[in-house]
Design a protein around this ligand. Structure first.
Ligand SMILES: C[S@@+](CC[C@H](N)C(=O)[O-])C[C@H]1O[C@@H](n2cnc3c(N)ncnc32)[C@H](O)[C@@H]1O
Length: 183
């Protein structure tokens, strides 16, 4: 069975090698044990579709959905479908959820603007059944993390939270997870 890094390399051949490690290093320890499960995975940020195809090939029994504001990114393939809309548009997000149900895993690799990341998080967080991940936090100049921490603390108090939340900074591979995570 191919590893996530091998699958990403195949599906994103134009990426520079140094682009691979940050999430391909972090995710496998959590995703490998559940990669054969039947899941719904939603990624915000489609671009050329490389990561959606990588997740389709890696999670062999899951459906992979993408959200992107750029109509040029729209495509559908076996177990992949893309919805076009803005990640901060909560009506749009609701319409996507109506179609696909609550995702097991939500990954935000969209605009990387902290305002968008935060709006999307507060709207979608409670719908992530297993994991909510926000990638590329190195670009937010640390505006998002304190807000997220507050939000997650509140959500935990009201039990409106997925099993876990993960925030990845690319260069350092830093991320936050509760101890003893078992997705
Ligand atoms: C980093 S790229 C996604 C790369 C993709 N996940 C991959 O690894 O192959 C970011 C994408 O987010 C989209 N995007 C930018 N702002 C957005 C917004 N406000 N709502 C939804 N998508 C947005 C862009 O059009 C772009 O395709």
């Amino acid at each position: 069975m191919k590893s996530l890094v091998e699958i990403v390399r195949k599906n994103k051949p134009s990426s520079k090698p140094r682009r691979y490690p940050y999430y391909t290093e972090v995710y496998p320890q959590y995703f490998d044990p559940i990669r054969m499960d039947e899941m719904v995975i939603l990624e915000i940020g489609v671009a050329m579709g490389g990561s959606l195809r990588a997740y389709r090939d890696y999670f062999s029994n899951s459906k992979i959905y993408g959200i992107d504001s750029d109509p040029a990114t729209e495509f559908s393939e076996e177990r992949i479908e893309v919805f076009i809309g803005h990640q901060s548009d909560t009506d749009f997000l609701d319409s996507v959820l109506e179609d696909i149900g609550d995702p097991d895993i939500i990954i935000d690799d969209g605009s990387h603007r902290w305002v968008d990341q935060f709006r999307t998080l507060i709207h979608l967080f409670q719908h992530a059944k297993r994991l909510y991940s926000v990638e590329d936090l190195q670009k937010d100049k640390f505006k998002l993390l304190p807000k997220i921490s507050d939000f997650v603390a509140q959500a935990e108090a009201t039990h409106l939270h997925p099993k876990s939340v993960m925030f990845i900074k690319e260069q350092t591979c830093e991320y936050l997870l509760p101890e003893g995570l078992d997705l």
